[in-house]
Design a protein around this ligand. Sequence first.
Ligand code: SAH
Ligand code: SF4
Length: 347
Amino acid sequence: MELLTSYTLGELKNRLQAIGLEPYRANQVLLWVYKKFETNFQNMTDLSKAHRDMLSKHFRIHTLEPIERVRANDSIKYLFRTEDNHIIETVLIFEKDHLTLCLSSQVGCAVGCKFCATAKDGLLRNLSTAEIIDQYLWVQKDTAQRIRNVVFMGMGEPLANYEALRKAVEILISPWGIDLSKRRVSISTSGLVSQLRRMAQDPLLREVNLAVSINAPNQQLREFLMPISKTNSLKDLMKVLADFPYPPDRRIMLEYVLISGVNDSKNHAEELAKLLKPYRRKFKVNLIPYNPDPNIPFERPSMDRVYAFQEVLRSHNISTFIRISKGIEVFGACGQLRSKRLELVVK
Ligand code: SAH
Ligand code: SF4
């Protein structure tokens, strides 16, 4: 059986035609799936019984199996099992006045950042479009309020799974799909330069928000924290970002995880300010105090140091915000998502 959530509207029209249904039925079915979150074809009452049966025979909607839900004050972490028995996770975050859903794009991650728990497993595999969309469908089904903000900041490097990500974003932002505002979908990347070039040329993906994990103000330190910088140098990264075709009022978000004694001094802040100076209006900076992990020998700096770092950037007129990760107590925060540990939690 095929997964309905693998298809864009255009693709589904062709597919339905091939099995003997009128193409416009695709609009009807997707309305049920993405607007009413109906997952049983038999409940799609504006279709005839014969059509419902035909759809049930060919398609299914869910691919993930929800296995656990871990609540914290400010977030809920959902664990899902894939059909081939991997565990992935999705975090729903309660912001002041809205919900944000943090989606995973891969099982594990190949990028290998030293401070990140997801890196410990390496890359097990990419998630499919249907697996990405299914995270949204399950969590929305479990949540009374509509989820209107989505960030690709869960497990994995989204731009290393470009095709599946692209189609998932198309489903998330299309009027026939989940219909989120483009400005409420964010892709966070470790800075894969060739993929960023591709994204810059891509009329669909360049419309959503771009966040880039910069984490260090110079090549040497960045290479230490993020070994992919050897082949994706800070210089090339800054160039592709400076050229990124955003209208003047849009800014790329630079994420900087502050790690005690590693990249959090005032000198580091000065160096970062200098790096960003030529493109000041192109960026804003999010400072993320490091979330500790028992297997990683790094620590979170004191809030005084975090504020001092922010002050330096602000004194250079760089918009800088501090983002304390939610969900720390359930290991649902940035860099804490890891399939292996979660299997232990579940058992
Ligand atoms: N792979 C993508 C998206 C997932 S990571 C990326 O790297 O951008 C999402 C964010 O969490 C990144 O900005 C990353 O730098 C940050 N992060 C990773 N480990 C962290 C940790 N232990 N504490 C705080 N932030 C962390
Ligand atoms: Fe992968 Fe992002 Fe973690 Fe780096 S920070 S290992 S890119 S998930």
